[in-house]
Design a protein around this ligand. Structure first.
Ligand SMILES: Nc1ncnc2c1ncn2[C@@H]1O[C@H](COP(=O)(O)OP(=O)(O)O)[C@@H](O)[C@H]1O
Ligand SMILES: [Mg+2]
Length: 246
């Protein structure tokens, strides 16, 4: 398996606070990789470093061999941000949000072509939001909002898909729809990195799992990641009771 995302010795600090500590990780092409870690473990920071939104203090990241900035300019990276990072009052409808995925392909004039409309309609259908296309994005339920952003990434036709907690605050139906879509994207050769708190859904969702706590604690098979002693470490609960965090 080749690595679509190569993270090599990446350290990120916010002021004094160490968010990522010498993280090295290879995310394989054509698979779903689950990113697991407690709040504050650095998951969103890792996504931002991979998209090039923040620059690490040290280390290097390559996306299909290119720098994050270059990969992003090419439209090779689709990103579904954590809900908290989105201004839901923004006056755009669902179709507009999905169309944003096409911007990178429209050239400097941003003229919408027939193929852009087709791609948007197709993506809306895949996430089952066709009937909501003209709604203002903020008027959707949590699950529908997430599906709208997944549709944006699908319309973008990105090789690499990054999803930051797409299941948080999401109804079961939306979750099932998103899981199915991500599996299909991976089977189609896309690279999917998804952070989640839903450990129950992890075996259906992911081919492999990464446990993050500033550092990579584990990267491998999902069932091994879910071993109680590993999860306890990742979530700051030492099962042997030496250093427990309440
Ligand atoms: N913009 C920021 N400024 C200062 N500290 C931040 C900022 N973003 C995140 N942090 C801190 O960095 C650490 C990692 O945060 P984050 O990557 O958001 O973790 P996660 O997504 O796993 O919850 C946390 O301690 C958080 O408080
Ligand atoms: Mg986060």
């Amino acid at each position: 398996m080749t690595a679509a995302i190569e993270v090599d010795g990446v350290t990120v600090r916010y002021g004094e606070a160490l968010a990522l500590d010498d993280v090295s990780l290879e995310v394989p092409t054509g698979a779903v990789t689950g990113l697991i870690g407690m709040n504050g473990s650095g998951k969103s920071t890792l996504f931002k470093a991979i998209t090039g939104m923040i620059r690490p203090e040290s280390g290097r990241i390559l996306l299909d061999g290119a720098s994050p900035a270059r990969a992003r300019r090419r439209g090779a990276v689709g990103y579904v941000p954590q809900s908290e990072a989105v201004d839901w009052s923004f006056p755009v409808c669902v179709r507009d949000v999905v169309m944003m995925g096409r911007f990178g392909r429209q050239g400097p004039t941003r003229r919408v072509r027939a193929c852009d409309r087709l791609a948007v309609d197709d993506a809306l259908e895949q996430v089952e939001l066709t009937a909501y296309a003209e709604r203002q994005i903020g008027q959707l339920s949590g699950g529908q909002k997430k599906r709208a952003f997944v549709a944006r990434a699908i319309a973008q036709d990105a090789r690499i898909m990054l999803l930051d907690e797409p299941f948080a605050g999401v109804d079961k139906r939306s979750e099932a729809t998103i899981v199915e879509l991500l599996r299909a994207l991976a089977d189609d050769g896309r690279t999917v990195l998804v952070s989640t708190h839903d450990l129950h859904a992890l075996p259906q969702l992911a081919d492999q799992a990464v446990l993050l706590l500033q550092k990579v604690l584990f990267h491998g098979k999902v069932d091994e990641a879910l071993a109680p002693e590993r999860l306890a470490l990742a979530f700051g609960l030492d099962v042997l009771g030496r250093d427990g965090v309440a």
